[in-house]
Design a protein around this ligand. Structure first.
Ligand SMILES: [Zn+2]
Length: 186
């Protein structure tokens, strides 16, 4: 018969009334206990229940905070492969592509986008506009920007310095500029 953790669909027989008491997300039907929702079986002594599977994938909305990786720098825009929303463990509904325009990187003037981001950097930012699976991202807030960066010479992970826009590579002594998040991963 069914065991703890088994994946079931609505209407599946998960036990008999003689053996179990029907718990959450189950119902009795003619001596049988059935699953009311998609989920996994949870047995606790004489009670059998379903832990519903959260199947609704996440659609991003304006104001959400995302984490992604810089995949390209094209003129005035940095392109991002959006990997997750930090507010939810749910999987993203779409393979979102993000972009940060040079005017949305930080407060004040930024001469070159490559002084803020480089390909491979992991960044955190806020969703400011959504057009289907394309989103615009803003990293002006102090807690937004680069979370983790690799040295462009030796690919070692870089450490923060006393300067808020400079990272340092211990392996090869190189310094590089970034728009660094307060949450930078030391
Ligand atoms: Zn290096």
């Amino acid at each position: 018969m069914n065991e703890q953790g088994d994946f079931v669909m609505p209407g599946d027989v998960i036990g008999v009334s003689e053996q179990y008491l029907p718990g959450a997300w189950t119902y009795e039907d003619d001596g049988y206990i059935k699953a009311a929702v998609i989920g996994n079986i949870s047995i606790n002594r004489h009670e059998i229940a379903i832990v519903p599977r959260t199947t609704t994938p996440l659609l991003l909305k304006v104001g959400d905070i995302i984490v992604g990786q810089i995949t390209d720098i094209k003129g005035q825009r940095a392109m991002i492969d959006v990997q997750a929303s930090i507010d939810s463990s749910r999987e993203l509904a779409l393979p979102y592509s993000g972009a940060i325009h040079i005017s949305h990187v930080k407060k004040g003037y930024l001469e070159k986008l490559t002084d803020a981001f480089k390909i491979g950097d992991i960044i955190e930012g806020k969703v400011v506009k959504i057009m289907g699976d394309n989103i615009d991202i803003n990293t002006e807030d102090p807690e937004h920007g680069v979370l983790k960066a690799m040295c462009s010479r030796c690919r070692g992970f870089m450490d923060p310095t006393d300067s808020k826009d400079t990272l340092y590579c211990e392996s090869c002594n190189r310094k590089e500029k970034r728009k660094i998040s307060l949450n930078y991963d030391y």
